[in-house]
Design a protein around this ligand. Structure first.
Ligand SMILES: NC(=O)c1ccc[n+]([C@@H]2O[C@H](COP(=O)([O-])OP(=O)(O)OC[C@H]3O[C@@H](n4cnc5c(N)ncnc54)[C@H](OP(=O)(O)O)[C@@H]3O)[C@@H](O)[C@H]2O)c1
Length: 322
């Protein structure tokens, strides 16, 4: 098969389209003929050599999410059959003509979506559901602060939280990006380049924060959380070693938590997929949540697609299509 290989760690041009052995399947794995693969910031970290693949996961081929058609089923597959249109959460290997994955990490493509739209969903929907709704326990009527409202994670978080009845505030790097977040259902935005989100939100307070920044955001996040508030980390791009005022955590009875999805065990992802099919897929089918595609590239232009992702001017997902 053809696949995009990380030849060596470095700039986008290290991504090369090459021949690679088609994956074998066994047990409850399916083989998906990939029609579209979603790009994520983590792919850039992996390409640079800063996000090693978990043990046993293909490390030369990036790609955490795909959509396509099942062309082979292992002997223990019971949930899907050859010809099914699915999207899947992967730990790697998505930038390829074929990928193998266990059945529990696949979901049927919601009705009305094409392959590119479906491929844009798994990584952000799984991350948002497990961190905002499971770990953060966001409830209807509560306020969610999403840092990076304009990110792939942000545009998914805004739409699901809004559809389920929460107030959503986002931080963004420009008013233009803020405007796009409002169009997706955010109630308000704070431009982190010109405004201080801590000052803006000090009086109002928030119930749940999804943070990928870390560093000096920690103290500010702690200060604006309401009593019983929850702070959930999914990255720490500004630094993971921080000062924490434990008294504030105690007196406001805060929960400070976080998680990484890629390295989680299969049973967790399988359970999460079931919850998503029950809670999020109906929002897509009733058009309360729609995939936002910024640009599609052919697989052969993966390096160009990474350049766009790194440039950061986009709102919405970047997708490789065949
Ligand atoms: N733990 C997990 O399981 C998990 C899973 C998936 C993703 N993630 C992490 O989630 C993050 C988002 O991923 P993605 O693929 O959605 O990324 P992305 O689309 O590339 O977005 C990155 C975002 O970071 C924002 N940002 C940068 N500096 C900021 C600051 N000081 N304050 C507020 N926002 C700031 C950017 O905002 P502007 O463009 O507006 O400047 C941009 O929206 C990444 O760090 C990724 O590693 C973690």
């Amino acid at each position: 098969m053809k696949a995009i290989i990380i030849k060596k760690y470095g700039a986008p041009e290290v991504l090369k389209l090459q021949e690679y052995p088609t994956p074998e399947i066994s047990g409850d794995e399916v083989l998906i003929e990939v029609k579209a693969a979603g790009l994520n910031r983590s792919d850039v970290f992996q390409r640079e050599g800063n996000y090693p693949s978990p043990a046993g996961v293909i490390s030369e081929i990036p790609g955490l999410e795909v959509a396509g058609t099942i062309v082979k089923c292992g002997p223990a597959v019971v949930d899907f059959t050859i010809g099914d249109r699915v999207c899947a959460l992967l730990a790697g290997g998505g930038y390829a003509e074929y990928v193998s994955v266990r059945q529990g990490q696949c979901l049927p493509i919601p009705s009305g979506l094409n392959f590119a739209e479906a491929a844009s969903l798994p990584e952000t929907v799984f991350t948002v559901w497990s961190n905002v709704f499971q770990r953060g326990n966001l409830q209807r009527g509560e306020t969610l602060l999403l840092h990076g409202g304009n990110s792939g994670i942000g545009i998914t978080g805004i739409q699901i939280a809004h559809a389920l009845g929460s107030k959503v505030i986002v931080t963004v790097g420009s008013d233009e990006k803020g405007q796009k977040c409002l169009e997706l259902g955010a109630d308000s935005y704070i431009n982190y380049k010109t405004q201080n989100f801590e000052t803006q939100l000090q009086d109002e307070g928030v119930d749940v924060i999804l943070d990928m920044i870390g560093g000096d955001y920690l103290a500010k996040n702690i200060n604006i959380l309401k009593p019983e508030g929850r702070l959930v980390h999914i990255n720490a791009v500004s630094g993971s070693r921080v000062d924490l005022d434990i008294w504030k955590v105690m007196t406001k009875r805060l929960t400070v938590t976080g998680s990484t999805l890629r390295s989680r065990e299969y049973e967790f992802k399988k359970q999460l997929a079931k919850e998503i099919q029950k809670n999020v897929w109906p929002l897509i089918e009733s058009k309360k949540f729609r995939p936002v595609i910024y640009k599609k590239f052919p697989f052969s232009e993966a390096a160009e697609a990474h350049r766009l992702l790194e440039d950061g001017s986009h709102t919405g997902k970047v997708i490789l299509v065949r």
